[in-house]
Structures are given as C-alpha cells and as structure tokens.
Design a protein around this ligand. Structure first.
Ligand code: UD1
Ligand code: UDP
Length: 392
C-alpha cells in the first residue's frame, strides 16, 4: 500500500526546490506524492510546475493582488484544514521560509500530521531580516518532526537551538538537483529582446524582490546599477522583473529607459539558468540565485547586509554589498575592471549540494515513517574536494 505524502508550496522558489523531491517521491514504490499548491504566486508558480511536468492534485488558488502576509497566512490555514481532513496524509512536506511554508506547517501541526521541513536551519540571527522569512523559518523549525538541512552549517544552527540530532539530516540543497536538470533542457527564448542579445558582449544579470529593501534601499541599488549601465555601453544588463508591482515600479522607474538595459517578465527557469550561464556576473537579493550562481562559476554580489547562506561568502565567491548606491557601483566596477578580483570570485565551487539532495530527502522521509534507515548525509567537504580536483 502506498502512503500519501502531502507536498505543499506556493511560490516560485519553493516550486523549483520541491520539484526534484516530488519527482523522487513519484519514483518511490512505497510513497505517493499529493501536491497541494497554495497559489501564493500564481503565474510564477504555474511556470515552474509546467516545466517540471507537475500537475497539482489540489490548488488552493489563494493569490490576491497586494494581499498582506497576515491575509495569506489566514487563507492558507483555513483552506488547508479541509484538505488535511479529507486526505489524512502520513506527512506534510514544506520548503524554506515563505508564508506558504510556515502556514502549511502550522496547519499540518494543528491537524496532528508529521511535518517535514526541506531547507531547514538557515538563519541570519536577526529575527527581522529578512522579513518575514527569518521568523517563518524559525517557527517552522519549532513545528517540524524532520529537519532536512541543506548544509552542515544549517544543521549546526538547528542543534544550537536544541533540535534533537536524530531528527536532522544534511541533504544538500535540492536547488542543485533542480539546476542540474534544468541546464539540460532546451531554451526557447520567450522575450525577443533576449534572443537579440549579442553573445560577444558582457552581460550582468540582476534580480531583486526582497521586502525589507522595498522603497529607498531598492531604489538606491537600482540607481547604482543605472550608473553602471550608463558608464558601460559595451555591456548589457538583464533584469527579469518579479511580478510584485512594488518591485516592478521601482525597477521600471530607475532602469526603464536605457538602451543597454533589458527588463523582462519573469523568465522560465530554463531560460533564466541559460542567461545565468551567459552572465559575466550576477547582482541579486535572491536566496536561490545565491546558491545556483557559484555552481556556474559566476561571481555574485548580494544586495543585502546579511545572508543566511554564508557558505558562498566563506568560499569567496559571494559578496554582501548592501543597497547603498555608491557601494553597488564600486563593487560592480571592481569586478568589471580588475581581472584579479574577478578571477578570485569566478570559481566553480558548490557548497550547497551535489545534485542528490532529493533522494536523501525521500530516504529520510522513509526513515521517519519506519520504512528504512536514515541515509548517509551530504558531505560538503568531499564535494568541495572533488570539485577542486576536477578543476586542476
Ligand atoms: C514571496 C515570499 C518570499 C520569497 C519570494 C520569492 C512571503 C511573505 N514572501 O515574496 O519569502 O522569497 O516570494 O519570489 O512569503 N504576484 C503576481 N504573480 C505571481 C507572483 C506575485 O501577480 O506569480 C504579485 C501579486 O500582486 C502579489 C505580489 O506579487 O500580491 C506579492 O507576492 P507575495 O507572495 O505576497 O510576496 P513576494 O514579495 O513575492
Ligand atoms: N528564477 C527564475 N526566473 C526568473 C528569476 C529567477 O526561474 O526570472 C529562479 C532562480 O533561478 C531561482 C529562483 O527562481 O531558482 C529564485 O526565486 P526568487 O528569487 O523569486 O526567490 P528566493 O530564492 O529569493 O526566495
């Protein structure tokens, strides 16, 4: 008899990071994934599910333009209660730190279900930054029965908070599984402006969306990038815009009218990965992009003051630059003008995973349900060494 595992997600990054887990669950003869999407992100979520061939079993369709975080939380709690009552899954899987993830884990806890947290243990140490994600991830840890930590540092954060070590497995980040898969996919460019880009020109890829940067900080950072684009007509700056209207307004007002700036709709994941591979460097406040770009040997400048992903910073391939206009200009200029500084950051390291995180997650879930032993953890040290050996 197959056991139902309810996988709940709502936003683009959760969809990308859970797609390999859903696929690995499908391959397991003893488990059956039941996919419930909250629809917190409508178009950006559907885009990812379509690419990975995942058709949700349940669609809560909750996105309302401009809905507050409280309203999203309420809506997820209310509508999942009924789903959990009807489906009675053996476990509920959530990912990361969005409001969908936290609210789903709380609904599962209230329904007496086991909670499995993928990408557990990330921390900045500042409850209000990123907002509301640091709170979401801490709250989810309190509720979880199984903590799938992407890296040893994430595991250590959990252990320092008193989490039972028997309930924690270091899996690697499932985003690396997704990235391995997606770079093999064909890339039809949806935006003619991207298809027209000259491969011989340098490309700077930019993304931004973080709530704590809305208003002044995001505008400052975008003005810095405007200055860079104006000073460097020989390069193209590509910015796929998040669907959030607050973000789009800030981006369009500062960068909308420059000949060497291409503002696009959110790109399908395969297309985005392709542009990332083409890029000389990446400027972002995204969590997922911070994890992916180092694997592709792209220097990453992070438009934030803190990160819950210190591994890339320690490896020297990611720099936290904040949102101050002058600092953003200075850091991008340094990488464009100083070949030694660029070479130091453009190294293929992958502290975030080896592409086998999803099978480890499913193995740990089987162990939770008494169906097998806990798998061996992801060995970040071995991963670093083998990549270094490959590079020599
Ligand atoms: C959310 C998550 C954040 C995550 C980010 C990834 C919360 C509170 N925030 O932020 O942790 O890093 O997603 O991108 O959970 N919209 C659309 N179509 C879409 C997606 C968004 O129209 O496909 C618009 C809607 O008007 C929506 C708004 O964007 O109301 C904001 O979306 P929301 O999910 O509230 O927050 P994000 O800022 O996207
Ligand atoms: N991404 C994408 N298309 C885009 C921009 C980003 O597919 O136009 C992917 C990116 O490769 C990464 C994920 O979306 O895997 C990151 O999502 P986002 O930045 O929205 O959220 P975060 O990771 O910051 O929570």
């Amino acid at each position: 008899m197959q056991r139902d595992v309810l996988v709940v997600y709502g936003t683009r990054p959760e969809a990308i990071k859970l797609a390999p887990v859903v696929r690995a669950l499908r391959d397991d003869p003893g488990l059956r994934p039941v996919v419930a999407v909250t629809g917190q992100h409508r178009e950006m979520l559907d885009q990812v599910n379509g690419l990975f061939g995942i058709e949700p079993d349940v669609d809560l369709d909750l996105m309302r333009h401009g809905a507050s975080v409280s309203a999203i939380t309420r809506a997820v709690l209310e509508s999942l209660e009924q789903v959990l009552e009807e489906r009675r899954p053996e476990a509920v899987v959530v990912q990361g730190d969005t409001t969908s993830a936290f609210a789903a884990s709380y609904a599962a806890f209230l329904a007496g279900c086991r909670v499995v947290h993928v990408e557990a243990g990330l921390r900045t140490g500042d409850l209000r930054s990123p907002f509301p994600e640091e709170a979401n991830r801490r709250l989810t840890s309190v509720l979880a029965d199984l903590h799938l930590a992407p890296t040893p540092a994430a595991r250590d954060n959990l252990l320092a908070e008193g989490v039972d070590p028997r309930t924690v497995l270091v899996t690697g980040n499932t985003v690396i599984d997704a990235l391995h898969w997606v770079v093999e996919q064909p890339v039809p460019f949806s935006d003619p402006a991207l298809a027209r880009l000259d491969d011989a020109r340098d490309l700077v890829l930019v993304t931004t969306h973080r709530r704590e940067s809305w208003g002044g900080p995001m505008r400052q950072a975008m003005e810095g990038l405007r200055e860079v684009a104006e000073a460097h007509p020989e390069l193209d700056l590509v910015l796929p815009m998040h669907r959030n209207p607050v973000v789009r307004d800030a981006v369009e007002q500062t960068l909308g009218s420059l000949p060497n700036v291409v503002l696009t709709e959110p790109l399908a994941y395969a297309e985005f990965a392709h542009v990332m591979r083409r890029a000389r460097l990446v400027v972002t406040d995204s969590g997922g992009v911070q994890e992916e770009a180092p694997g592709l040997a792209k220097p990453v400048l992070v438009l934030r003051d803190t990160t819950e992903r210190p591994e890339g910073v320690h490896a020297g391939v990611v720099r936290l630059v904040g949102t101050d206009r002058a600092r953003v200009v200075e850091e991008v200029e340094r990488l464009l003008r100083d070949p030694a500084a660029y070479a130091a950051m453009a190294q293929a390291v992958n502290p975030y995973g080896d592409g086998q995180a999803a099978p480890r997650c499913v193995g740990a879930l089987r162990a939770l349900l008494g169906l097998g032993p806990m798998p061996d953890p992801f060995d970040a040290g071995a991963q670093q060494q083998s990549l270094a050996a490959g590079a020599r």
